[in-house]
Write a protein that binds this ligand. Structure first.
Ligand code: FEO
Length: 394
């Protein structure tokens, strides 16, 4: 059922309380999520985005209950990824001639995925607009790499709504739809997790795009993303957050991440936490065992940190596979201006620290010189050596 967003603009999406992972299993969902599609009913009737393929029937049926599908004058596809376009082919079976407004790159992604080059695509770029009657128009803004090359936002004049697609969204279910109805702590956490895990590699472009949007000086009453809460209470708060997050964001936090075989490396991790706390009581210190904690949630903590420390025992002349896989993900995100330190225990050959150092350097971290490498089980003396790392990180 459609639900009013403002005047003749409705939400016609799907809130998914059972979703546990996204992007395959690459992104964890802790508090539900949603795919938000929108319907504008002015002189022209416009559908903005669709929802995920598994729910194509539900989506089309819901839409059909609200309007005669043949009354849809055109569809705006802000982004071609499956969670927003998956229900499009099923809908187009009923209205195959309907124009689809999207970027040139979105034509590539939609045709590549659904193999319908005959669809009536209308390619748009930044600044293009289309009248929808009642003195209102839709203005298109390309959002290249926020987060795909085909991404775009659509601005509705008169109602001052920015349909931002993935940008400014969260994988967070809010039954009441709006940000002022959400749990504010969870909303802030999920918005940051979304940025940290998906948008961090594109921060330079995010920064530039935010500056461009601010310069347009458009009145914005509502930011309506394609996932999670719709920002109607102080909508620019999330734009301000993005401006800060895209600028090598960090807080006074140090995050210690490790995995362990027989608790030697674990002891070092906790000794380091104690030393940092003693040296700098105001610094937030968090400790995570990679094998016991969700990788996306750890990454959100890395995003907030000014420094990290990473520990692994040596195994097979290298590091534990859990740590190796996590570093691979870390390197994809290309964090900037963060320090790192390495530590670990070993029984025989002891290559672990060198591997950690090399991989963290490749991932863009500035690895401090001090490290602790312990043969067999750490003694009290080894544990106090963690103070040297703590000093450099603090
Ligand atoms: Fe990039 Fe929500 O899809």
């Amino acid at each position: 059922m459609k639900r009013t967003v403002k005047n003749n603009v409705s939400w016609i999406g799907r809130i998914d309380w059972e979703l546990k992972t996204f992007h395959g299993d690459d992104y964890s969902i802790n508090h539900g999520s949603s795919q938000n599609a929108y319907l504008i009913e002015e002189e022209k009737t416009v559908l903005i985005d669709t929802i995920w393929k598994p729910y194509e029937k539900e989506f089309r049926d819901n839409l059909e209950k609200e309007i005669d599908l043949s009354k849809i004058d055109f569809i705006v596809m802000n982004h071609g990824e499956v969670d927003h376009s998956g229900a499009l082919p099923y809908l187009m079976e009923k209205i195959p001639q309907t124009p689809i407004y999207c970027t040139a790159n979105a034509v590539k992604s939609l045709v590549g995925q659904y193999h319908h080059p005959e669809w009536n695509f209308k390619v748009v770029k930044t600044g293009d607009s289309v009248d929808i009657g009642n003195n209102k128009k839709l203005v298109f803004v390309e959002m290249r790499m926020l987060h795909w090359p085909d991404s775009m936002a659509t601005y509705l004049t008169g109602d001052n709504i920015l349909f931002s697609n993935d940008a400014f969204g969260q994988h967070y279910g809010v039954e009441e739809l709006f940000n002022d109805k959400a749990d504010q702590c969870l909303l802030a956490e999920e918005a940051m997790k979304y940025y940290a895990n998906i948008l961090t590699p594109f921060s330079v472009l995010v920064k530039r795009k935010i500056e461009e949007i601010v310069k347009l000086n458009l009145p914005i009453d509502i930011i309506a993303p394609s996932h999670g809460a719709i920002w109607r209470d102080n909508p620019l708060q999330i734009v301000e957050k993005y401006a800060a997050w895209s600028d090598a964001y960090q807080e006074d936090q140090i995050t210690i991440i490790y995995d362990t075989m027989w608790d030697g490396t674990k002891k070092l991790a906790h000794a380091l936490a104690t030393e940092i706390q003693a040296l700098s009581p105001d610094t937030v210190v968090k400790v995570f065992n990679i094998s016991q904690t969700d990788k996306n949630d750890i990454m959100t903590q890395v995003f907030k940190s000014k420094a990290i420390a990473l520990g692994s025992p040596t195994v097979g002349k290298s590091i534990l596979s859990s740590v190796a896989g996590w570093i691979h993900f870390l390197s994809e995100l290309q964090f900037k201006s963060k320090k790192a330190a390495v530590f670990g225990s070993y029984g025989w050959s002891g290559e672990g620290n060198a591997v950690l150092r090399e991989e963290l350097t490749k991932a863009g971290f500035s690895v401090v010189e001090s490290e602790v490498k312990v043969n067999w089980t750490p003694t009290e003396e080894h544990l106090s050596e963690m103070q040297t790392i703590a000093r450099e990180l603090v």
